[in-house]
Design a protein around this ligand. Structure first.
Ligand code: BES
Ligand code: ZN
Length: 463
């Protein structure tokens, strides 16, 4: 469903798109004809980020597009154009740095996204001629990966079952020649993935564990793990209606690692990539896991279930323990794990945790650079005490206090990550609750552009 309308060569005359901030507007304005000046005055035009004006020539044809921006780093403003501009081939005319132009192209591509699976959307008619020196393949790679993430999240649980998620992963793996396996239903028990099975067994759509590997075997190993709860009703600790209504998005972690894997494989990063996704539906049935049950997870750690709605950390316990077995150089997980992370940093910032200070600083720097906001929260060990259990090694939720819930969930996950293994954990919202330019309401990728830059720097590659 990539339909970004980026082109390399224009077959007809292009229409200039001129980004202006307050200062450059004055210069631009001073050079305009009285016709244009009167036209803008008549509109009551103001320089305000994301406001665009279609300026006609004396024949009434489009002569140029004036786009207001805060400054040359305000690339998201371009995101409002592709769904609004009339038919034509557009060209950015600006004295911007290469990186700034590259991000403007990205914003155009991301702004062109609509979820059209169930509702016909009007065709996009505005094409963007990619500026000279800008890598169209790189832009398309990021846009396609982001689009994949959004589509997977936006697809309702009815059509995004664990099996459907498996199929999406398999298609991606196949398109890059990766080796794909899936373990489903009772087979999970045979292999020791008892937590994944326990959480997912109440659904007619069987739980599964998706696993694929790509790249040269000798290359540095990078493993991605994504929470794939295709629907989270809360289980017997049922969610109220307002909390359940968006829970098709609880497989967003899985969508993120597939999107990030797509970026890595398309860019041909010299790594040995492994992607692990535990996929389940957390539902209510006579065989649902119950509060008070004890599960023996994949690595033998026993967990008392104090709340069936804290299911993500259970399935991730199995997946992270599996991922730790072959000692990757870097382990990264993405999960829509806690409401508490949203209380801490809101919906538009990804919270992340890591045991690697260098990685933290670099990811943060790239997050700033790419405007893909990420904020580190601490793995503050003393908070783990609330997850001690009298009858098992751990319990899955501190029922004595809900403070610091995102930190406690991260500490719980850390129990299943091998000691000394560099690990990053992202707790994400993955859903835009309001429109912003380039970021329509609905499923959203968070943090993967920052992480991709970090991986590119760390491991090298084509870009
Ligand atoms: N899927 C949720 C976490 C979540 C909720 C992420 C809203 C993003 C937005 C997770 O499985 C869950 O249900 N967490 C509960 C835990 C509760 C039992 C303390 C939560 O955070 O509300
Ligand atoms: Zn839950």
């Amino acid at each position: 469903m990539v339909y970004t309308l980026l082109i390399n060569k224009a077959d007809r005359k292009t229409i200039p798109v001129i980004p202006v901030d307050r200062d450059s507007f004055k210069i631009w304005h001073s050079k305009q004809s009285s016709f244009v000046k009167n036209f803008l005055a008549g509109l009551g035009h103001e320089v305000k980020s994301g406001v665009y004006v279609i300026i006609p020539n004396s024949e009434g044809k489009i002569s140029q597009i004036l786009l207001s921006v805060e400054n040359a780093d305000d690339f998201w403003a371009f995101g409002c154009l592709p769904i609004n501009l009339p038919a034509g081939t557009y060209q950015i005319v600006a004295n911007w740095k290469k990186d700034q132009l590259q991000r403007a192209v990205l914003a155009w591509g991301l702004g062109a996204y609509r979820f059209s699976k169930y509702k016909k959307q009007k065709a996009l008619v505005a094409k963007l001629l990619v500026p000279k020196g800008i890598d169209i393949n790189y832009a398309e790679n990021l846009i396609a990966a982001n689009t994949l993430v959004r589509d997977l999240i936006n697809t309702p649980a009815e059509d995004m079952t664990p099996q459907a998620l498996g199929k999406a992963a398999q298609e991606l793996a196949k398109s890059f020649g990766a080796k794909y396996t899936i373990t489903s239903g009772k087979n999970l028990l045979n292999k020791g993935f008892r937590a994944i099975h326990a959480v997912g067994r109440a659904s007619v759509n069987e739980p599964c564990l998706i696993d694929f590997s790509w790249g040269k075997e000798k290359a540095p190993k990078v493993t991605l793990v994504g929470k794939g709860v295709c629907f989270d009703s809360g289980g017997l600790d049922l969610k109220p209606a307002d909390g359940m209504v968006v829970m098709k998005k609880d497989m967003a972690g899985a969508a993120h690692v597939l999107g990030l894997a797509k970026m890595i494989m398309a860019a041909n990063l010299p790594v040995r990539l492994r992607v692990i996704i535990p996929a389940v539906e957390n539902l209510v049935s006579s065989n649902s896991i119950k509060p008070g049950d004890v599960i023996t997870t994949y690595n033998g750690t026993t967990v008392e279930i104090t709340n069936t709605d804290a299911e993500g950390r259970l399935i991730l316990a199995d997946a992270l323990a599996l991922a730790s077995e072959d000692k990757p150089e870097l382990l990264i997980d993405f999960a829509s794990l806690t409401g508490a992370a949203r209380i801490a940093v809101g919906t538009e910032i990804a919270a992340f945790f890591t045991n690697d200070n260098k990685a933290a600083n670099e990811v943060f720097a790239f997050a700033e650079q790419e405007d893909d906001p990420c904020c580190r929260l601490p793995l503050y060990k003393p908070y783990m005490s609330g997850q001690d259990s009298k009858i098992a090694d751990l319990r899955n939720l501190d029922v004595s206090s809900s403070y610091g819930g995102a930190i406690k969930a991260a500490l719980f996950l850390q129990k299943f990550v091998a000691k000394d293994l560099p690990w990053l954990h992202f707790d994400i919202m993955a859903f835009n609750t309001r429109y912003r330019h380039g970021r329509p309401e609905g499923g959203e990728a968070q943090g993967i552009r920052a992480v991709f830059c970090y991986l590119t720097k760390k491991f090298g590659g084509n870009k």
